[in-house]
Design a protein around this ligand. Structure first.
Ligand code: PMP
Length: 369
């Protein structure tokens, strides 16, 4: 049986042709030297323009180009966190946040949100989890793995709460911001209540432009914080390769083409996965507003046995069974702090997606109580 994976965080799309052409042209004219640590003026200008169009005041000096948004987060954690600090993370959340915190000071405080409440984070719940030690509130918007997009009203009411905590930074990981399906997306810096010196956007090219292997991302925030993060990056990684930044500039110049190719396919796949999940009894899920994952609950299928007698007591067991018997890879919800769930990407070729959903349906139907 051919292996099929719905586990990857990368989509199957090719990177934009404009990106590849620009990188090759830059290499051919010898752009292989150290670039500025903060990023090229051209790319920082292009990114600031992108946000200016959304009525957000940002200058190139408020942007730092990083080797992926993961590194942007790591820069921020390294610069901002001290021993007793707390990083507050609405959960389910991307496991990468926990991995990064293994190498950072402070600790994570998770705030549970529920599928039955459409993963809403209420101001009351947020307020109850903030303390004098809270240093960062980390939002993933659109959410990985949930696909939830916070409305502007929701963000404003959360920011009303965070305003009571003057030492708190709000970091919004907006890496899926262009991967949306009709619901409006609000960048955190466009909120009226966002304090400019305490609010940071982290973003990148991996998801919206299928450029995960290029390693390019960025952060946008106050010039003062950007300077501190630039110093940290100068001492550790240095600047992102200039030919890769040229590719990113070209990507932004042609961004409508790239999105026009990708988004209709993702939307069709999203609808397909919804129908396929609806055909499986006892599965509950949130219909994602953004990103390219479903995160269904398979609780009903736990505490069962496979025909071979293997006990399925957790989604870790379930994922093992799907892999070993059906050559199907999905990610256990345990990794995201939501044990009964499974993350499944729909950013894969349609025939593979169809086959994967058939295998899933078949696998679950074989489980015995
Ligand atoms: N944040 C989130 C929410 C992600 O899902 C990912 C990738 N899986 C990243 C950050 C890392 O992205 P990058 O490739 O830009 O480092």
């Amino acid at each position: 049986m051919e292996q099929i994976t719905l586990a990857s965080g990368s989509s199957y799309f090719r990177s934009p042709g404009a990106a590849t052409a620009a990188a090759m042209a830059a290499l051919q004219i010898g752009k292989t030297y150290y670039g500025p640590t903060e990023g090229t003026e051209a790319l920082r200008f292009a990114i600031s323009k992108r946000y200016n169009k959304q009525d957000i005041e940002l200058t190139p000096g408020q942007i730092l180009i990083t080797p992926g948004s993961k590194q942007a987060l790591f820069n921020l954690f390294s610069v901002l966190l001290h021993d007793k600090d707390e990083v507050v993370i609405p959960t389910p959340a991307w496991f990468g946040f926990h991995e990064l915190m293994k190498y950072s000071k402070g600790r994570i405080v998770t705030v549970d949100t529920k599928l039955t409440e459409d993963y809403a984070l209420t101001p009351e719940t947020l307020r109850a989890s903030l303390t004098e030690h809270s240093r960062i509130l980390l939002l993933s918007n659109p959410g990985n793995p949930t696909g939830k997009i916070y409305t502007k009203t929701e963000l404003e009411s959360l920011l009303e709460v965070t305003a009571e905590f003057p030492d708190l930074y709000i970091i919004a990981d907006e890496i899926y911001d262009f991967v949306t399906y009709g619901k409006p997306f609000t960048p955190i810096l466009s909120c009226e209540r966002a304090k400019k010196e305490r609010t940071i956007i982290v973003n990148g090219f991996s998801k919206s432009f299928a450029m995960s292997g290029w390693r390019i991302g960025y952060m946008a925030g106050s010039a003062d914080l950007i300077k501190k993060c630039t110093d940290f990056q100068g001492s550790t990684f240095s600047g992102v390769s200039v030919f890769i930044q040229d590719a990113a500039v070209a990507t932004l110049e042609h961004q409508e083409n790239a999105l026009a190719t990708m988004l209709p396919i993702l939307e069709a796949n999203r609808q397909f996965m919804r129908q396929a999940l609806d055909a499986i009894p006892h599965v509950a899920y949130f219909f994602p507003d953004g990103a390219y994952y479903f995160f269904p609950s398979f609780k009903y299928y736990l505490n069962t046995k496979t025909p071979e007698g293997m006990a399925i007591t957790s989604t870790l067991d379930l994922c093992k069974y799907l892999q070993e018997t059906y050559c199907l890879a999905v990610v256990p919800g345990d990794y995201f702090g939501a044990p009964d769930h499974v993350r499944m990407s729909f950013a894969v070729e349609k025939p593979k997606l169809e086959e994967a959903m058939q295998r899933l349906q078949e696998a679950l139907s074989q489980l015995q109580r």
